[in-house]
Design a binder for this molecule. Structure first.
Ligand code: F0G
Length: 482
C-alpha cells in the first residue's frame, strides 16, 4: 500500500501490485446456496469451492503468489537429498531470523507435533499468550496442558489497546510460581494471535517474556505463522520501532526466542513450514522426528517448487509495501462495518476481519454456536465463506462437558493480494443486510460430532426452519438479484 492521500480525504487502500493472472469466480443463486449449506452440514469447511463466491475461510495456503515466486518455482532442484533448493531456503531463514539451525516440515501443525513430542511430557504445563487449535491438540496429545496468560484486554472485543496479543507478565509469573519452573515445557508466544482476532504483541512485551524465561531457565518458543501482520503492527504502532526496518525488527524479535516455527501457508505465501533455533541440544532431538513424520531433512514433506516459492515469499515479507496489504484491507473492512453498527473486533488486527457473533446474534446461546450459525447465514446471504472461531472450534472435556469459548467470532480472512476492493465492498453490503435481519438467525445443533478438532469435519443442522425464513426475507429485499 502506498502512502497516498486522496482528494476526498478518504482512507482508501491502494494496491502496490497489478493482477496478471486471474481465476474465474461464480456466484451461485440463493436456492443453490441453501442446498449447498445443507449438503455441507452447515459447516463452511465442508462447502465445495465451486459453490463459494468469495472464499474468506482462511489465508492459509491461498495467498496470491508473485511473479518472482512463480519464476523461482521453475528453477527448483528436484533431488531427495542435498537439494540446492533446500540450501536456498535454509540460507533465507538464517538471513531473516539470524538462527543457524533449520528443520523443514510440511506445514505449521507438523512443527507443533515435533516440538510437542520433543519437549512436552505427561503433566507438563505450557504457558502461552493464547492457544491455537492445533497447538493445543498436540500439547494435549503429549499429556501436557495449555495455560493462557493473555492480557485482560485481549479478550475484550472492542478496545483501543494496540497490542491485545500481549502476554500478561503477572499472570505468567503466577503460572510459573504455581506449577514450578520444572513442570513448564516451554513458554509459547503466538504472533498475530489468531483466535482473538489476529491481534499482535509488542516487541517490548516479548522482551519482558524473555526476561522471565531467563530468570526461570525456560525456553521461549515463537509461533511465527502470522508474524508478517505482527511485524507491520510493531512498525506502525510501537513508538520505539518506527525507525527500524522490518528486517531489523524481525532480527531483534528472533534474537529473543529459543525456537521459532512457522506455517509457510501463511508466512511466505506458499505451502510448507519450518522450525529454526540456535539450541543444538533441542535441535538434535527434534531432528530425529523429521524423517519419521515429514520426510528427509532437505525437504521435510514439501515439494521443491513450494520451497523455492517460500524462499522468495519470505523475502517479500520483509518488503514494507507488501506486508501492509492485508492489514490495510482489513482495517478498511473493520472501519466500514463499525460505521454501520456491525460489532467487530477492534482495533483491526491481521489475518481477517472478525465479527463479534456474541453481540451480532446475542439471542443465540453459546451451545447453539452463534459464530457457526452466523457463518452459515452469511453464506446463504452472499456466497461468502467465513470461518467459525468460537465454541465449535473448542474440544469437549474428557467428561463430555463443553467448554464455552471466551469469544464467538466469525472470521472473514483476507488472503494477501487476492481480493479487490469492490469484492470487499460486496461482502460488507451483505453483512450489513444480515445485521439488519439478525433476529431471523437461530442456532445450530450437531448431527455428527468428531472427538478431535470437530470444527473441521463435524456436521450440524439448524435448530428450526430459520434458514428458509432468512431466504424468504432475502427474496423480498433483493428480488431476483444474486
Ligand atoms: N499456528 C497458527 C497461529 C496458525 O494460525 C496455524 C494455522 C497453525 C499454527 C497451523 O499451521 O495450518 O500450516 O498446519 N492456521 C490456519 C487458519 C489453519 O486458517 O487460521 P498449518
Amino acid at each position: 500500500m502506498a502512502n497516498v492521500k486522496f482528494l476526498s480525504g478518504e482512507q482508501i487502500p491502494l494496491e502496490m501490485h497489478k493482477v496478471r493472472i486471474v481465476q474465474k469466480l461464480t456466484l451461485p443463486n440463493l436456492e443453490r446456496r441453501l442446498e449447498a449449506i445443507t449438503e455441507a452440514g452447515n459447516n463452511t469447511f465442508l462447502l465445495k469451492n465451486k459453490d463459494v463466491f468469495l472464499d474468506m475461510l482462511t489465508d492459509s495456503g491461498v495467498n496470491a503468489m508473485s511473479d518472482r515466486q512463480q519464476a523461482a518455482m521453475l528453477i527448483a532442484d528436484d533431488s531427495y537429498a542435498g537439494s540446492e533448493t533446500f540450501t536456498r531456503l535454509e540460507n533465507k531463514v538464517q538471513e531473516i531470523f539470524g538462527m543457524k539451525l533449520f528443520l523443514p516440515t510440511h506445514q505449521g501443525r507438523a512443527c507443533e507435533n515435533v516440538i510437542s513430542q520433543t519437549l512436552v511430557q505427561p503433566g507438563s504445563i505450557v504457558p502461552m499468550n493464547y492457544h491455537f487449535t492445533t497447538t493445543k491438540s498436540h500439547i494435549n496429545l503429549n499429556g501436557g496442558q495449555v495455560v493462557e496468560a493473555i492480557t485482560d484486554e485481549g479478550l475484550q472485543v472492542t478496545s483501543t489497546n494496540p497490542f491485545k496479543g500481549n502476554m500478561d507478565i503477572d499472570k505468567l509469573n503466577s503460572i510459573i510460581e504455581k506449577h514450578g519452573a520444572d513442570k513448564i515445557a516451554f513458554v509459547r508466544m503466538e504472533a498475530g494471535t489468531n483466535l482473538i482476532g489476529g491481534q499482535p504483541f509488542s516487541l517490548k512485551n516479548l522482551a519482558e517474556v524473555r526476561n522471565i524465561c531467563d530468570k526461570n531457565g525456560l525456553l521461549l518458543v515463537l509461533d511465527a505463522s502470522l508474524l508478517a501482520d505482527n511485524l507491520y503492527f510493531i512498525k506502525t504502532r510501537e513508538q520505539q520501532c518506527q525507525d527500524m526496518s522490518i528486517r531489523e525488527i524481525t532480527l531483534k524479535l528472533a534474537s529473543l526466542c529459543d525456537i521459532i516455527y512457522f506455517s509457510a501457508r501463511k508466512l511466505g505465501c506458499a505451502r510448507g513450514g519450518g522450525i529454526c533455533t540456535n539450541n543444538e541440544e533441542v535441535f538434535v532431538k527434534m531432528r530425529e522426528l523429521i524423517p519419521l513424520y515429514e520426510g528427509f531433512l532437505t525437504y521435510g514433506g514439501m515439494s521443491v517448487r513450494e520451497m523455492e516459492a517460500i524462499t522468495v515469499g519470505l523475502d517479500e515479507t520483509m518488503d514494507e509495501d507488501f506486508i501492509n496489504q492485508g492489514p490495510t484491507f482489513i482495517a478498511f473492512m473493520v472501519d466500514e462495518l463499525s460505521k454501520k453498527g456491525v460489532p467487530v473486533v477492534t482495533p483491526p488486527g491481521g489475518l481477517g476481519c472478525h465479527i463479534n457473533a456474541m453481540e451480532f446474534v446475542d439471542h443465540i446461546p453459546q451451545n447453539e454456536y452463534p459464530a457457526g450459525a452466523l457463518a452459515a447465514a452469511l453464506y446463504i446471504a452472499s456466497g461468502v465463506r467465513g470461518m467459525e472461531r468460537g465454541t465449535m472450534s473448542e474440544q469437549r472435556n474428557p467428561d463430555g462437558t463443553e467448554p464455552l469459548s471466551n469469544m464467538e467470532l466469525l472470521r472473514l480472512a483476507m488472503p494477501r493480494r487476492v481480493f479487490t476492493l469492490s469484492q470487499v465492498k460486496y461482502a460488507i453490503d451483505r453483512i450489513v443486510w444480515l445485521h439488519e435481519n439478525r433476529k431471523l438467525i437461530e442456532g445450530l445443533t450437531w448431527i455428527e460430532e468428531p472427538k478431535i478438532l470437530r470444527f473441521f469435519f463435524g456436521r450440524l443442522k439448524p435448530v428450526s426452519n430459520w434458514q428458509e425464513k432468512l431466504a424468504a426475507k432475502f427474496r423480498q429485499d433483493f428480488g431476483d438479484s444474486l
